[in-house]
Design a protein around this ligand. Structure first.
Ligand SMILES: Nc1ncnc2c1ncn2[C@@H]1O[C@H](COP(=O)(O)OP(=O)(O)OP(=O)(O)O)[C@@H](O)[C@H]1O
Ligand SMILES: [Mg+2]
Length: 488
């Protein structure tokens, strides 16, 4: 063992060691200059640099705005990704918005840095903008700096994660479009896919939160949509086109169209609303459908009401001449699961009908429409959603709600009718009394109607009508009186 004092260096010994090393290096350089031919000198200089320049532990990757003649996808992804990573230490930001944008766009200013974490280590982003002598911007790029040991992981996992997250952010910010063949170019049509369709922004406010329907059925639809989105590889593996069909059926005003809007807003998918009566024949149908885009919902409302869509039996009987100039069910089915169905990705097809029983069995065959969703009359639980949306009230907190829920569960009222009632007044008590009288009246009407049907009576029972009238008047009176004296 050496005594510890043998390892200590005095400042003077350090200085003299440094002086001799510097002297040696200068002598080496001058020898190099005098004795080594010029061609070999640069090689020795590089060798010299490599040994004596301190090694950096970090690596910096440059992400240019353009990649060849194209935009660099990683640059665009970084720009989007970093918006959500701006921390309190950032000192300068840029903010902007076009008239059509709903949200502000925030980005970092040149020279600013953003620190992100990846697998427990720091990665540092800085935004650089080079300028020429006149001050014109000539190049924009990001520098991504991280420890060298992370190189493989950053270049694969981290950058993949940046691109994926930026796609998700873009999807959430995207304005959903409603396409129709009846819409022509308007101020609002930027970003329309073109083709045979015009488009406007889908401003429908319906979401799964505002939709009054059985909570289990709602959850089933959301889960189904989620599963569908995640199954790109699955569809490829089993050799099925990546699309999903929903048949929404139920009486008018039960929320079929609202559900479509909720699906579009949830998935951020554009909606292509196809009016079959505007299509001349199967050939045109094919052209029109081929010009729809991926990640979209194709909607054909009231499929049973399209007189031109003949049932298959009738279609078989028609000769070719007659079928030309018509949209046939076969033409549509060919796009659902025939040869033409495999075009495009992430497609959703929705048919709606008020009368499922009138549909051709070919359309109802298992596997054709993947999910049949019954939009039924409002239930007590559905009413709670409406009360919360329209009155901003937790339904359970109002004494009348329990009575209404009970009434609703035992009669047939649509969410549309209840929504209408809930908008009648600003006073919550007045509104809920109105709902009670509306549902009571409906219940009485329904029971009398049923009675008439079951007894096969043609006679309208005067007393019943009077009773309904009386009830209506009484309830209207209740509503007026309520304005003066508040009970709840
Ligand atoms: N389930 C629901 N949840 C919330 N609001 C609803 C619901 N159903 C209907 N409404 C309200 O009623 C209006 C009409 O509903 P919607 O157009 O979705 O019904 P629909 O089933 O498509 O009717 P139709 O068969 O006549 O096309 C909606 O704008 C919404 O305000
Ligand atoms: Mg509808």
């Amino acid at each position: 063992m050496f005594p510890s004092s043998d390892f200590s260096f005095s400042p003077s010994s350090l200085f003299s060691a440094y002086a001799s090393l510097t002297g040696f290096l200068m002598l080496f350089k001058s020898m190099l200059h005098d004795f080594v031919p010029e061609q070999l000198r640069s090689y020795f200089y590089r060798l010299f640099d490599r040994f004596f320049t301190p090694k950096s532990k970090t690596l910096t990757v440059i992400i240019d705005e353009n990649f060849g003649l194209n935009r660099n996808q990683v640059f665009d992804a970084a720009e989007m990704y970093l918006r959500n990573k701006i921390g309190p230490e950032t000192e300068r930001l840029r903010v902007g918005k076009t008239p059509k944008q709903k949200h502000f766009t925030i980005s970092i200013e040149k020279g600013e840095e953003i620190v992100d974490s990846f697998e427990g280590s720091e990665v540092k982003w800085s935004y650089v903008q080079s300028e020429n002598e006149k001050g014109d911007k000539v190049k924009r790029f990001y520098e991504l700096t991280f420890e060298k040991k992370l190189r493989e992981r950053v270049m694969t996992s981290y950058l993949t994660q940046v691109v994926a997250e930026s796609e998700e952010i873009k999807r959430n910010l995207r304005v959903v479009k409603l396409y129709s063949r009846d819409v022509y170019a308007s101020d609002d049509d930027d970003g329309c896919a073109g083709g045979n369709w015009g488009c406007i922004s889908l401003e429908h406010p319906s979401t799964f939160d505002t939709l009054a329907m059985d909570p289990d059925a709602k959850k089933k639809i959301i889960d189904d949509l989620e599963r569908f989105l995640k199954r790109r590889e699955f569809y490829k593996r089993v050799g099925k086109a990546w699309k999903r069909g929903y048949l929404l059926y139920g009486p008018p005003g039960t929320g079929k169209s609202s559900l479509i809007a909720a699906m579009a807003n949830y998935l951020k998918f554009d909606v292509f609303d196809l009016e079959l009566s505007s299509i001349y024949d199967n050939g045109e149908l094919k052209r029109v459908l081929l010009s729809t885009t991926n990640r979209s919902i194709l909607v054909i409302e009231d499929i049973d009401c399209n007189a031109e869509v003949m049932d298959r039996e009738a279609e078989k009987e028609e000769n070719e001449e007659k079928v030309r100039g018509k949209v046939t069910l076969s033409g549509i089915l060919n796009f659902i699961d025939g040869l033409w169905s495999s075009f495009g990705d992430e497609r959703i097809i929705v048919f709606t009908t008020n009368h499922k029983d009138r549909l051709d069995p070919a359309l109802l065959r298992p596997g054709r429409m993947d999910m049949h969703v019954h939009m039924s009359y409002c239930t007590g639980l559905g009413f709670r959603v409406l009360v919360s949306n329209y009155l901003g009230l937790d339904g359970l907190n109002h004494p009348l709600c329990e009575e209404i829920e009970r009434l609703i569960d035992s009669t047939e009222v649509t969410p549309a009718e209840l929504a209408e009632e809930l908008m009648q007044d600003d006073d919550v008590d007045v509104v809920l009394r109105g709902v009670v009288s509306f549902v009571e009246t409906r219940k009485l009407e329904r029971s009398k109607l049923k009675e008439k049907v079951s007894c096969n009576k043609d006679v309208v029972i005067d007393d019943d009508e009077k009773q309904i009238d009386k009830l209506k008047k009484k309830n209207a009176g209740k509503r007026k009186g309520k304005r003066k004296s508040k009970t709840y």
